[in-house]
Design a binder for this molecule. Structure first.
Ligand code: ZN
Length: 304
């Protein structure tokens, strides 16, 4: 069937076409910021530093429930300290045929375990996109040492290897799914995606088949954004509100299209954010398979 070659191509492209751009606007990581009155929908649990478990399960208002008048302007949002966000792809041991470049996107299992252990030992608390949105848009406080973990491309090892590892530490994550790959060999099934969602992780959209957003025309927005969003909403029973651009590539024209289709925020890689629409160009760094825990720690501190 034609689709499986599309999936392979998409995954291969994702694993090889990206580079690790240098970071353009680095600041120290956020802790809390509370110079604005809390939004009515905010829970008290996010207001003070809390235990690991509570931090991971802290709730935040749905972005749609936050009145437009409460949302800060772009300059204010851009000025807030960035929360570190890591982007993972495959979690598996390297094979002889893996290219040098691909190994940035393939984190060996033991290396991954050590990276996650380092985050736990360093006192990081994982946050989820609604918390990040409330922080960026309204200045809502976050747990101490917040970090967001994201996984792109629907790879099965994210469920079988990463998920249990995160669970050990009470960490939650965001999984950006490309729907074409659901149920195919080496990718997650619909049931696994639902389980991740039921367990308190967030499912986001990563298009239907990983085509570059900058090239969309006409019906592409339906194929790549509308239909996959509907599929993911059917699977999870929840609204899909967050989007990760394939290859991290975006253009200003894409932002109103995403907004119209229910996306509250969108994620790029480590390039510069858009000054007009920082919520649709939230930065992430790829946690490389080459990185020791120490290198990851340094990268987090230097990149955000
Ligand atoms: Zn991808």
């Amino acid at each position: 069937m034609k689709l499986s070659s599309t999936v392979l191509l998409a995954a291969a492209a994702c694993a090889t076409a990206l580079s690790l751009p240098s970071c353009s606007d680095s600041k120290s990581a956020a802790t809390t910021e509370s110079n604005e009155a809390p939004t009515s929908g905010l829970t008290a649990s996010a207001a003070t530093p809390v235990s690991d478990k509570a931090a991971a399960s802290a709730t935040a208002p749905d972005p749609a429930s936050i009145p437009a008048s409460r949302i800060a302007d772009a300059a204010t949002i851009t000025a807030r300290p960035q929360v570190p966000i890591l982007c993972y792809h495959q979690i598996r041991d390297w094979r002889p045929r893996d290219s040098k470049g691909a190994k940035d996107y393939i984190v060996p299992v033991e290396q991954f375990k050590k990276q996650i252990q380092m985050l736990a030992d360093s006192g990081y608390h994982t946050i989820l996109p609604d918390q990040l949105y409330a922080y960026l848009a309204t200045g809502a406080p976050l747990p101490e040492k917040p970090i967001m973990l994201t996984f792109d491309d629907t790879d099965l090892d994210q469920f079988t290897v990463a998920r249990p590892e995160l669970e050990k530490h009470g960490f939650k994550a965001v999984y950006f799914v490309m729907t074409v790959s659901l149920g195919r060999p080496r990718y997650m099934s619909r049931e696994q995606v639902k389980q991740l969602s039921d367990e308190g992780n967030v499912i986001g959209s990563h298009t239907w088949d990983h085509h570059n957003v900058k090239k969309y025309q006409g019906n592409d927005w339906v194929t790549q954004i509308e239909k996959p969003t509907k599929t993911l909403e059917e699977i999870t029973g929840k609204d899909i509100k967050y989007f990760a651009y394939p290859f991290g590539l975006w253009n200003p024209e894409a932002i109103p299209q995403l907004r119209e289709r229910g996306m509250a925020a969108a994620f790029i890689l480590s390039e510069k954010r858009d000054q007009q629409d920082p919520l649709y160009t939230i930065r992430r760094i790829i946690a490389s398979g080459y990185w020791s825990p120490r290198t990851l720690h340094n990268s987090i501190e230097q990149s955000f």
